[in-house]
Design a protein around this ligand. Structure first.
Ligand code: NG1
Ligand code: ZN
Length: 538
């Protein structure tokens, strides 16, 4: 076959550097210098995936999110804008690790047979990258592969990760009853802008919101989005954009951004915000957002993914009730074990909504959320969204409100289905959602924070000789260890001694370490429990 020769020749330009690669929760991510062959091979896999799925369009995003500027990464987006199906992750790993060009070609052809993909069938791929300096070079590696594999492709240049997910979904739903939107960057802004305007009818946010863009792609994209948002008293939002310098590539994610704020538990040092000012931070590819403020005693207060989830769940539940649809719609919240226990209690006891706990990684949360009509899911680090099932969309579409109040609630609910990115967690969309909710509830960030009181907690990173020794019990959402022997029993005995104590240990999926999480009724107890569990693990 002609393409065999082309793949061999193209691959020769991007030799495997002798590194072992693994496609994980964040796709492939590492020093950008090592990624040429990986991105090339991801291109081959994207073509194969499209062929397997009858020529539907597959997305490829080149980004390393919150990692330092010297890193980069690549991940695949499935047709409805979701993460790559889990069963294909090992295929990506297999291709990335083929040692020679010939071995790569053999693996590619073997894989095509294995997944029953016809390598001559049409393939469609779209891709984008963040603002990293290594992006253009990696795009060339990608297009070399797509050309060699005979795939048709479109380069969407620089986008946020969620914008690419949006586009993939738009392209694949075009002309169907589930058409997601106009498949262009402008279409994304128009959709969000119009939904925001509808959701904000007769409302206005109080004060301003300062958005730290991590000096990443979120900066220019937010500035663009602002042009589509309503201005002035009616439905306006005053957005102050900071840390949006994408000209100097070295300052990306440096002392700013969602990851910095969440892990350091402080505002970016460059912040000029006054006490009680509403602030939020995006990460480097704008798929995560956390809110925060400095209180009157100058203490930093974080409103993380758990807080966004509880805020969204409470708002949507109230709207569903207001529209007379609370019994019709099965609303639920999905969290991981890292969610603060107080947030879980708030959802189950105050909101009276079900909570499901899944393993770490948004793909797990997304899948669990799909089982609800309205599934609210967020990781504590600020990555998440709200998804509406087809049944929920049909219900909202067909429902005839029985009063003006029901009509108003229904109108907002419908607007939310457009405002919220259904494909993936999206910092820009989530930020607008939070602004809408705060405006509707007429609450400040401080009042939002006081909805419930978090349990003191501590997250510790423990270096161990081999983290693979730490396996968890199936079905426990990584909350219980199966091995090493006796470790779980020791943790259980310890936890029992603490008031409102909860602790677990699991191997990180992204770092060579074990993470220990502990919470208890007081700061001292939470710290003590975490350090004792770390002692057991070590
Ligand atoms: P690991 O390293 O598996 O704990 C971390 C985060 C996840 C998620 C992934 C990236 C914590 C405790 N874990 O996972 O929430 O963001 O990275 O997909 O923050
Ligand atoms: Zn990210």
């Amino acid at each position: 076959m002609a393409s065999n020769k082309m793949i061999l020749e193209a691959s020769a330009k991007h030799p495997q550097p002798g590194t072992a690669f693994q496609y994980g929760t964040a796709g492939f991510r590492m020093k950008a210098d090592l990624l040429d062959s990986v991105v090339f091979r991801v291109g081959l896999l994207a073509a194969l995936r499209s062929r397997k799925l009858n020529g539907q369009t597959i997305g490829v995003m080149i980004t390393a999110s919150h990692n330092p500027p010297v890193d980069n990464g690549v991940k695949l987006v499935d047709p409805m804008g979701e993460m790559l199906e889990g069963s294909w992750e090992p295929h990506a790993t297999l291709l990335a690790n083929a040692k020679t060009d010939q071995e790569l070609l053999d693996t590619y052809n073997w894989l095509a047979r294995e997944v029953k993909a016809n390598t001559d069938a049409p393939a469609h791929v779209i891709f984008a990258r963040d603002t990293r300096a290594s992006g253009p070079r990696l795009v060339e590696c990608l297009t070399d592969a797509l050309k060699a594999a005979g795939a048709e492709y479109t380069d969407y240049k620089i986008l946020t990760t969620p914008q690419l997910h949006y586009l993939v979904r738009c392209v694949n739903t075009k002309g169907t009853q589930y058409e997601y939107g106009e498949a262009s960057e402008e279409g994304y802004y128009k959709k969000l802008g119009e939904a925001f305007k509808t959701a904000m009818t007769h409302r206005k946010t109080s004060g301003s919101v300062t958005v730290d863009c991590a000096n990443g792609v979120g900066g220019p994209k937010l500035r663009e989005l602002i042009k589509y948002l309503p201005r002035g008293a009616e439905g306006g939002v005053d957005i102050k954009v900071v840390n949006d310098d994408v000209v100097n590539p070295d300052i990306l994610n440096s002392n700013c951004g969602a990851d910095y704020v969440k892990t350091q538990q402080r505002a970016p040092p460059s912040s000029k915000a006054n006490p009680m000012d509403r602030c939020c931070s995006l990460d480097g590819d704008a798929d995560r957002v956390v809110y925060y403020f400095i209180d009157e005693s100058n203490t930093f207060r974080l409103l993380d993914g758990d807080r966004i989830a509880t805020l969204a769940a409470s708002f949507i539940r109230d709207l569903a009730r207001g529209a007379g649809l609370l019994d019709e719609l099965n609303i639920g919240v999905v969290q991981t074990a890292y969610a603060n226990g107080a947030s879980t209690n708030f959802v189950t006891q105050n909101l009276k909504l079900p909570v499901v706990c899944t393993s770490t990684g948004v793909k797990h949360l997304h899948h669990a959320a799909m089982r609800f009509d309205v599934g609210v899911y967020f990781e504590a680090n600020g990555h998440g969204t709200v998804i509406f099932s087809d049944r929920a969309l049909r219900t909202l579409d067909k429902y005839e409100p029985k009063s003006p109040a029901q009509h108003d609630a229904l109108k907002i609910l419908r607007a939310l289905t457009d405002l919220i990115n259904q494909a993936v967690g999206d910092a820009l969309s989530d930020m607008l959602l939070v602004e809408v909710i705060l405006a509707h509830k007429s609450i400040t960030v401080n009042e939002w924070l006081n909805t419930y009181i978090d349990l003191p907690n501590r997250l510790v990173r423990v270096e161990v000789p081999d983290r693979n020794n730490f396996t968890t019990v199936e079905g426990t959402a990584e909350r219980r260890l199966a091995s090493p022997a006796k470790v779980q029993q020791l943790i259980d005995e310890l936890v029992g001694k603490y008031k409102q104590g909860r602790a677990f240990a699991r191997a990180s999926g992204t770092e060579d370490a074990v993470r220990v999480y502990a919470e208890a009724s007081t700061r001292a107890e939470a710290d003590d429990l975490a350090s004792k569990v770390a002692g057991i693990v070590r």
